[in-house]
Design a protein around this ligand. Sequence first.
Ligand SMILES: *Cc1c(COP(=O)(O)O)cnc(C)c1O
Length: 415
Amino acid sequence: MEYFNYIDSDLYCEDVCLATLAKKFGTPLYVYSRSAFESFLGHLNEPFSKHKHLLCYSVKSASNISLLNIVAGLGLGADVVSGGELYRALRASIDPQKIVYSGVGKKASEMAEALDASILMFNVESKEELELLSRVARDKGLVAPVALRVNPDVDPKTHPYVATGLKESKFGIPIEEAPELYQLMGRLSHLKPVGLDCHIGSQLVSTSPFMAAVERLKKLLSTLRTLGIELQYLDLGGGLGIRYNEEIPPTPAQYAQAILEALGEEGDLTIILEPGRSAIGNAAVLLVEVLYNKTTPSNHFVVIDGAMNDLIRPSLYGSYHQIVPLYDFSRPTHKVSLVGPICESGDFLAKDRLLPQTLPGEFLAVKSAGAYGFSMSSNYNSRGRAAEVLVERDSYKLIRERETYSDLIRGEYSN
Ligand SMILES: *Cc1c(COP(=O)(O)O)cnc(C)c1O
């Protein structure tokens, strides 16, 4: 099911005309489809229904409180990677017993906050982190539930910046060192080993790296058993890809089937998945307005009011986002680069793209912008961050106001 469709010549999100939203709220504007988000999470939940499992939505992919409220409403959990994300998840009423805390650089203060909140588990990524967590828990007279994030050394065949499970990566503990650390945990009285975790990368378009990772984790689980260490949770992270251009990623059902098949006998563990991109990536567009058409001897530029501060993925990873007009009537196409107002040559949303000729004042939709879109946005060039709108069927709601000039200097002092 597609949630962004042309009706006559106008692009809609569910039953709401996107041009109406662009005019009402201004641009750049993120527009999320609630139904797209909910339906993906439902499709991923379903094939696991016969197994103990928990979906922990990856808050960093898109972290608006309204989106997290939807997650809470579905009874799902959250994967957080900072104290700020923990704060958001708790504010959105996500059950703390469904929150896992990942990340390679947790600070003592953040650990303390998560212990106070009684989260489900900490995904720990180094021996020193383990020791610090033990001290923080001891000071509070609490026991921290821990999963070790291991690095299974599998190649996810994705962009190097989003590959996280290769042995040269900063993430996770080399899988060979895990047994020793689980034994160390047994000796540290304020830690309780409850799970095993991995997250091998993002935007994976095949199931085989997931299956290879599961195979390696299974071997580790049996080694741990021989050491008398029994775990409850197997957290396989996120990483399922989406279609930006020509990719054909596995469906949620295919992904689930591959995982369950690879798991085989280990059916007794509660499986945790941390979907981010797959859940929200194709559930939103970024609306922008055309400012100028600018032709130089070597290029046709379409200058738009959306920029790398709004959506950094093209600049950061060279990634592709489909870009379409909101008003689609037949007109000649030409090859253009879509660039923003920011003073950087790396500020573009698309390069050498065949696009219908556009007029100043018309709106375009940058598709597949839900994941790592708004959440990676910044105030560079003193640009206020975009507004966000949530659509459900024929209704819509502003879920984040556009930042104002006074927001830009909040907390600054003049001499
Ligand atoms: C970013 C991240 C995710 C989400 O990854 P996606 O590719 O967006 O699904 C899940 N788990 C961890 C630990 C992460 O860092």
